[in-house]
Write a protein that binds this ligand. Structure first.
Ligand SMILES: Nc1ncnc2c1ncn2[C@@H]1O[C@H](COP(=O)(O)OP(=O)(O)OP(=O)(O)O)[C@@H](O)[C@H]1O
Ligand SMILES: [Mg+2]
Length: 285
């Protein structure tokens, strides 16, 4: 089925991308016992230094800072890295601060795109603008696009009673994750431990969020596998405009019509029709 590839991304700073990436890496590795990698694509390197310095977990960590920021070079460098890591792990998590100079095509390297956002009106408007600017990513390839997950982040107890995600919030389909709660202790975990190391309300909320991400991954894989099979079925007959594929599609229509051959008023036999498809009629003449 291939690795579950998760991108934690936002154009906004300080929304909790690195906190979520580091803790999610530890959760998949420690609690789910999946072979996990963290690829930190953020120049600050917060999530990678967190995982590298905290108590030991069985996850491979890579901090990649692209030296070339030209759109295409950046895309190729990051894409190569993601592809090579996804061959050797079960879960791959990547932390990225988005910039408009980046090529949105990169998002197609992932199964799940998680966008953490605070639920204040001003931050939600920014998140919405960012997502609308890359909306084609989630609609471009039928059946083979990443699933969009929005993660309410640093949510306070008062905000829990509000419901800011109404129908008009976004035109792209998305899955709303259980919120990551605001916890003043969160900064004390940096480089020392993980949020689920100490039982608390924010630990429970984090685990619920992580479980929902894992479930979304299973559903996403099922959907893409189903569609991939359908596309492969079609490919030989429709997509390749080669002599062989044209022959195969004609052959299929002939075999479908075979049962009606004996009633064919034109009397044209099957052999001559196959010869025509292969182009041997002219050669005989
Ligand atoms: N759930 C939380 N509760 C309280 N504070 C949090 C929470 N998540 C993150 N923070 C704090 O918010 C700040 C920003 O978090 P973080 O570095 O994870 O965000 P970021 O989106 O990766 O930021 P940047 O864009 O700078 O990379 C940090 O001080 C962090 O400790
Ligand atoms: Mg960060």
């Amino acid at each position: 089925m291939g690795a579950l590839r998760i991108l934690v991304v936002s154009q906004k700073g300080g929304v909790g991308k690195s906190t979520l990436s580091a803790n999610l890496t530890a959760w998949f590795s420690d609690s789910v016992r999946k072979k996990t990698s963290l690829i930190d694509l953020d120049p600050h390197g917060s999530s990678s230094s967190w995982v590298n310095s905290a108590r030991e977990i069985d996850a491979e960590v890579e901090h990649y800072v692209a030296s070339e920021f030209g759109e295409r070079r950046w895309l190729l460098g990051c894409r190569t890295l993601i592809r090579s890591f996804s061959r050797k792990v079960e879960v791959l998590i990547s932390d990225l601060t988005w910039s408009p100079a980046m090529d949105p095509e990169f998002l197609h390297e992932f199964d799940l795109v998680i966008v953490p956002t605070s639920v204040s009106a001003i931050e939600l408007a920014g998140t919405c603008k960012f997502l609308e600017s890359i909306s084609w990513v989630f609609q471009a390839k039928p059946g083979d696009y990443p699933s969009l997950l929005i993660c309410p982040s640093r949510v306070t107890q008062e905000e829990l009673s509000t419901s800011p995600f109404d129908k008009e919030f976004l035109s792209i389909p998305f899955l709303l994750l259980p919120p990551v709660l605001h916890d003043n202790q969160m900064k004390t975990f940096f480089k020392k431990g993980f949020v689920f190391d100490r039982p608390s309300a924010s630990c429970n909320a984090f685990v619920q969020c992580a479980e929902a991400i894992s479930q979304a991954g299973v559903l996403h894989k099922k959907r893409t596998e189903k569609n991939r099979t359908k596309i492969l079925d079609r490919r030989i007959l429709d997509c390749h405009n080669s002599k062989l594929s044209r022959f195969m599609s004609r052959k299929k229509s002939i075999s479908n019509a075979a049962s009606t051959d004996q009633f064919n008023p034109s009397g044209q036999n099957k052999l001559s029709r196959i010869s025509k498809i292969l182009g041997v009629t002219r050669a005989h003449k």
